[in-house]
Design a binder for this molecule. Structure first.
Ligand SMILES: *Cc1c(COP(=O)(O)O)cnc(C)c1O
Length: 227
C-alpha cells in the first residue's frame, strides 16, 4: 500500500475538520468524495482500503469500466461529476449512484427515461462564470430546472453543484451557489446538498456550506496525462 496516499488523505481530512470547525459546522455533515478520474481502478481499491466510501468520475466510459472492474467492492458510492450527454444517459445511469451534472431538461429527461427501476440522486450543475458555453445552468434558470426535475418520477433532486471560476475569489462565487441552493430548495425543500470545493478551494466551500467536496489531486497526487 502506498503510504504517501494514506498521508495525503489524512492531511486533507484534517484540513476538512479544521475548516468545518472554523465555520462552526460538524465535520460529519461534509461528505468527502475522492475524484479518481484518469487513475487506474487499483487506486480506487487502495482508497477503499483506507476507508474511502465516495468516489467521483467525470467520464462515462471510465466510470463504467472501473465499476465493472470493481464489482467486488460493494460499499462504495460512485458520483458522476462530468458533462453528461443524452446518448450516454443509459450507461451513466447504470453505473452512477448520483449524478452531479444535470444542467438542462433534456439530460434530466434522458436520465429519467433510462431508469428501469430505482431512484437516481441528481444535482443541478450551476454555471458560476459569465460564459454561457461553460457547463451548468445559469443561476436564473435553477428554479425552473429544479421544477422540471422534480416532476420526473425516477429522479430525486438532491441539490446543486458547481466549479468555482478560475478568475474570481472562490468565496464570492460560492455565495452565488448558495443562493442557487436556496432556489432549488424553494422547489424541493429537502434538496439540501451543495457539491462544491476541489483541491484549490475546499476550505472556502466548507465555509460557504458545502455538503459534498470533490477532491482529486490533493489526495491522489497528480493525474496521469490524458490524450
Ligand atoms: C477533476 C474534478 C475535480 C477534482 O479536481 P482537483 O482540483 O484535482 O481536486 C472536482 N470536480 C470536477 C467537476 C472535476 O472534473
Amino acid at each position: 500500500m502506498d503510504t504517501a496516499l494514506a498521508d495525503r488523505l489524512a492531511a486533507v481530512d484534517e484540513r476538512i475538520r479544521d475548516a468545518a470547525r472554523a465555520a462552526h459546522r460538524d465535520p460529519a455533515e461534509v461528505t468527502r468524495i475522492v475524484v479518481t478520474k484518469f487513475h487506474p481502478a487499483s487506486l480506487v481499491t487502495d482508497l477503499h482500503a483506507l476507508g474511502v466510501r465516495h468516489v467521483g468520475e467525470n467520464r462515462q466510459q471510465e466510470l463504467t469500466a472501473k465499476r465493472a472492474e470493481l464489482t467486488g467492492i460493494r460499499d462504495l458510492t460512485w458520483h458522476f461529476i462530468g458533462q453528461a450527454q443524452t446518448n450516454k444517459a443509459r450507461a451513466v445511469r447504470a453505473s452512477a449512484d448520483a449524478v452531479h451534472s444535470v444542467d438542462r431538461a433534456r439530460i434530466a429527461d434522458a436520465l429519467d427515461a433510462a431508469g428501469a427501476d430505482g431512484i437516481l440522486d441528481v444535482l443541478l450543475q450551476v454555471n458560476l462564470t459569465d460564459d454561457p458555453g461553460r457547463g451548468g445552468v445559469a443561476p436564473a434558470g435553477v428554479e425552473e430546472l429544479a421544477a422540471h426535475v422534480a416532476g420526473l418520477p425516477s429522479l430525486r433532486l438532491r441539490g446543486v453543484m458547481a466549479v468555482a471560476p478560475l478568475d474570481e475569489e472562490p468565496a464570492r462565487a460560492f455565495e452565488r451557489l448558495r443562493r442557487s441552493a436556496d432556489d432549488a430548495r424553494r422547489v424541493v425543500p429537502d434538496a439540501g446538498w451543495i457539491s462544491a470545493g476541489m483541491t484549490g478551494d475546499f476550505p472556502e466551500a466548507i465555509a460557504m456550506g458545502a455538503t459534498h467536496l470533490r477532491i482529486g489531486s490533493a489526495i491522489t497526487g497528480p493525474r496521469p496525462p490524458r490524450d
